[in-house]
Design a protein around this ligand. Structure first.
Ligand code: FE2
Ligand code: FE2
Length: 348
């Protein structure tokens, strides 16, 4: 039986030198050869591999996978970004990086999940990745995104990458602006935690609202993580090659990308495990996990595509337009920017 305790799944491998960016202690560090070591990964990735193999043996099929290319990108193309830099139109880019950092801070809520997950299942879940959600898997994920104690996580690492790249830009003003713009969705998210609202929002009316909410959270998280892949790849390439000379910022993004690997991996396994098991409804009736996961899966995918089209290229173009007006640049600059929009770079 595959069994880890929270301490194992939260343990970081031996590091020689901590990751410190501009005086800020971030998670992870470097081994004696200078290789970056992600936090909380002494056993976590190995454990995830074991759960994957266990799943494949038990159910004679591979764990689902979704190519990152399934998601449209949020971003200006590399050429468009360079065009903005050449003309000193930096705010939309600074804001974009700020937005990613703030989105990562929502990772904080990942840890708030129901306990004693076994009570939702008719099957014995011991030894599965699902059983380990409350034994460190969700906590490790939350810490990666939002930081833990004195170690800063992805939220601050994105802010640091932004500050390294766009030295001296009004970062705090940006943060406040973005928080105000995103305020609505934060309020909506908080409202869903009220028990009566949780009950009303269930996709399966016979399901314990806490379990329904867990399925909603896991599927949402999975698609948000997957959609981030091409954006993060873009960010690393842009920072590494642009006229900003932001090699250090590109390295920070590379560390973040390495840390992200276990996130999608465990979420895919857990959701597939749940699909294969029987879930106990409030009435006592048993439901096939598959029939419960699929509606959440569809909803989360659809919600993500809708939000990408609402907050993606359209949002960015609007930011550029505002900045062209603020800087009193000719209107043609905005048109040229839009015309340059070509196909997005392939995720690496
Ligand atoms: Fe992250
Ligand atoms: Fe992540």
């Amino acid at each position: 039986m595959i069994n880890f305790d929270a301490q194992d799944l939260l343990a970081t491998a031996e590091i020689d030198e901590p990751l410190i960016i501009r005086g800020t202690r971030c998670h992870g560090g470097f081994d004696a050869d200078g290789k970056y070591i992600s936090p909380r990964n002494k056993y976590r990735s190995a454990a995830i591999d074991l759960w994957r193999r266990q799943f494949e043996t038990r159910y004679a099929r591979a764990v689902a996978s979704i190519p990152p290319q399934s998601f449209p990108s949020h971003i200006p193309s590399l050429r468009q970004a360079e065009f903005l830099l050449e003309r000193g139109i930096l705010d939309p880019l600074v804001k974009y990086f700020t937005k990613i950092g703030i989105a990562e801070s929502f990772g904080e809520v990942i840890r708030h999940a129901p306990t004693n997950i076994q009570r939702f299942f008719a099957d014995d879940i011991r030894g599965t990745a699902t059983a380990h959600l409350e034994k460190g898997l969700l906590e490790a994920h939350a810490r990666d995104e939002a930081g833990h104690e004195e170690e800063r996580g992805h939220t601050d690492m994105w802010f640091l990458a932004r500050d390294v790249a766009f030295d001296g830009r009004p970062a705090e003003r940006m943060r406040l602006e973005v928080v105000a713009e995103m305020g609505d969705s934060v309020t909506r998210r908080a409202a869903k935690e009220i028990p009566e609202v949780k009950r009303q929002h269930r996709l399966c009316p016979d399901l314990d609202p806490d379990f329904d909410r867990l399925l909603e959270r896991l599927t949402t998280l999975l698609f948000v993580e997957l959609a981030a892949y091409p954006r993060f790849a873009w960010a690393e390439e842009f920072l590494g090659n642009s006229r900003l000379s932001a090699g250090e910022a590109a390295r920070i993004v590379r560390y973040i990308r390495q840390d992200e690997d276990p996130h999608v991996a465990y979420l895919l396994i857990v959701l597939d495990e749940i699909r294969e098991m029987n879930v106990i409804g409030e009435s006592g009736k048993l439901h096939r996990g598959d029939s419960l996961v699929q509606p959440h899966w569809n909803r989360a995918f659809h919600a993500l595509l809708t939000s990408v089209s609402r907050t993606g290229p359209e949002w960015f173009r609007h930011e550029v337009e505002k900045e062209v007006i603020r800087l009193k640049l000719p209107r043609s600059v905005y048109r040229d920017f839009v015309d340059l929009g070509g196909p997005m770079p392939n995720p690496t």
